[in-house]
Design a protein around this ligand. Structure first.
Ligand code: FE
Length: 229
């Protein structure tokens, strides 16, 4: 399946810079090879007049500060509150999320996967780092790291345990491999003791990791605002 490489424009799919270690890409040897390569590309493209650094900064600023997991948390909270919305999200996540105003780059084709009493969902991109930016913002570093990408498939239960999530042996774990064509949002189970809470209060319980599947939604008794790493 075609894959885009949002962090590595032009790179050959399947070759994820592991071959770069030890190379010296520039005058500053303290830069990691990926950063050095990105800076070199940005410099060349700017000098050729092909990109505007200010526009690049604006895009990054948008995803760092304006778009973030709060968007996804509101989608989840609304699904908990409104069965009709949950059905719509299950059937056509792209449309349901777009209706909430969270359409955008790296989120054009979405699928929502719902945790149940006996099934837990976990999202990975084994090939690179496909991630639903429009609902979760920028991906965490570990999501893009080779150990997570490999082990989420080969040993999902062990990976979850390392995240502090020890699921019962009877719980089935479904792993979803993201692509540029289709990205996933995990809808965690609604915690007990949340009857009567409104959308924003419920969204407080839904951290980023719960929507990747490496955590559960927080319970209101133990929640610290912004829970979820
Ligand atoms: Fe990818």
């Amino acid at each position: 399946m075609p894959h885009d490489h949002e962090q590595n424009p032009g790179q050959n799919p399947g070759h994820d810079h592991g071959h770069d270690h030890g190379h010296d890409h520039g005058p500053d040897n303290h830069l990691d090879p990926m950063t050095a390569r990105v800076m070199a590309l940005e410099t060349i493209l700017t000098e050729k007049g092909l990109i505007d650094p200010a526009a690049l900064d604006a895009i990054i600023e948008t995803y760092v500060s304006k778009v973030g997991p709060r968007n996804g948390a509101r989608v989840v909270a609304r699904a908990w509150l409104e069965p009709d919305f949950a059905d719509w999200l299950r059937e056509d996540a792209t449309a349901a999320i777009t209706e909430m105003g969270y359409a955008g780059r790296q989120g054009e084709h979405m699928r929502a996967v719902f945790n149940t009493g006996d099934t837990h969902n976990l999202v990975v991109c084994t090939l690179c780092s496909c991630y639903p930016w429009s609902v979760l913002g920028l991906p965490p570093v570990w999501y893009k790291a080779p150990p997570y990408r490999a082990r989420a498939v080969s040993d999902p239960r062990g990976v979850l345990r390392e995240f502090g999530l020890d699921l019962p042996a009877a719980t089935r774990i479904r792993v979803w491999d993201s692509t540029a064509e289709l990205r996933y949002l995990v809808v965690p189970l609604r915690p007990e003791g949340t009857e009567g809470l409104g959308l924003e209060e419920l969204a407080d319980l839904v951290g980023r990791d719960a929507m990747i599947g490496t955590a559960l939604a927080a319970s209101p008794a133990t929640n610290v605002p912004g829970a979820g790493r």
